[in-house]
Design a protein around this ligand. Structure first.
Ligand code: THU
Length: 161
C-alpha cells in the first residue's frame, strides 16, 4: 500500500489593483460578459474571457434553459466558441467572474467540474498551461497557473488508447 497526496498552489490578491494590466483587463472583459448572461433561473450571472495566443479575446457567459440541465456555463460557452473559431490557437489564460442580483458574490468563482474537464482537454491538446484568474463581483482574486491542477487524476484522451 502507498499513500499519495496532492498539493494545490494558488496566489490570492486583495483586489484587481494588484494585478498586471493584462489580467485586470481580462477580468473587466469577463465582467462585461457576465452582464450579457442569460440566467433567469439561477439569477447567477457568470462571465468568462479567454486570451488566445494570437491576442484575440473570446468572451462567454452562462446560458440557461427551462430544461435546466440543457443550460451551459460561461467557461464552456467561451472555450467551445474559441476552439470553433480558432482551431489550433492556444488559450493562454481564462478570467471568470460572477454577480447575482439576489446576493453579493464575494468569493472567487471557480469553474465547475465539467468546465475543468473541458478546459483541461485544451491544455493537454496544446501541451500548454491555461492560467486561471478568478473573482467574485469584487474583492479577492485567485490566480492558478493551470486548470489541470484543479483536476487531479483526470480522465483524458490517454485513457481512450
Ligand atoms: N456557472 C457558470 O457559468 N460557471 C461556473 O463556473 C459555475 C456555474 C453557471 C451555471 C448556472 O447557469 C449558474 O451558474 C448557477 O449554477
Amino acid at each position: 500500500m502507498e499513500n499519495h497526496s496532492y498539493q494545490l498552489n494558488y496566489i490570492s490578491y486583495a483586489s484587481s489593483a494588484e494585478l498586471n494590466e493584462e489580467d485586470a483587463k481580462l477580468l473587466v472583459e469577463a465582467r462585461e460578459a457576465a452582464k450579457r448572461a442569460y440566467a433567469p433561473y439561477s439569477k447567477f450571472s457568470v462571465g468568462s474571457a479567454i486570451l488566445l495566443e494570437n491576442g484575440v479575446v473570446i468572451t462567454g457567459n452562462n446560458q440557461e434553459n427551462a430544461a435546466y440541465p440543457s443550460g451551459i456555463c460561461a467557461e464552456r460557452v467561451a472555450m467551445f466558441y474559441a476552439s470553433s473559431q480558432y482551431p489550433g490557437v492556444k488559450a493562454i489564460k481564462v478570467a471568470v467572474t460572477a454577480f447575482s442580483k439576489a446576493f453579493p458574490v464575494i468569493a472567487p468563482v471557480a469553474p465547475c467540474g465539467s468546465c475543468r474537464q473541458v478546459l483541461s482537454e485544451y491544455e493537454k491538446l496544446y501541451n500548454s498551461d491555461i492560467e486561471l484568474i478568478l473573482q467574485g463581483q469584487q474583492g479577492s482574486i485567485y490566480r492558478l497557473k493551470n486548470v489541470s491542477s484543479l483536476l487531479p487524476l483526470a480522465f483524458t484522451s490517454d485513457d481512450l488508447s
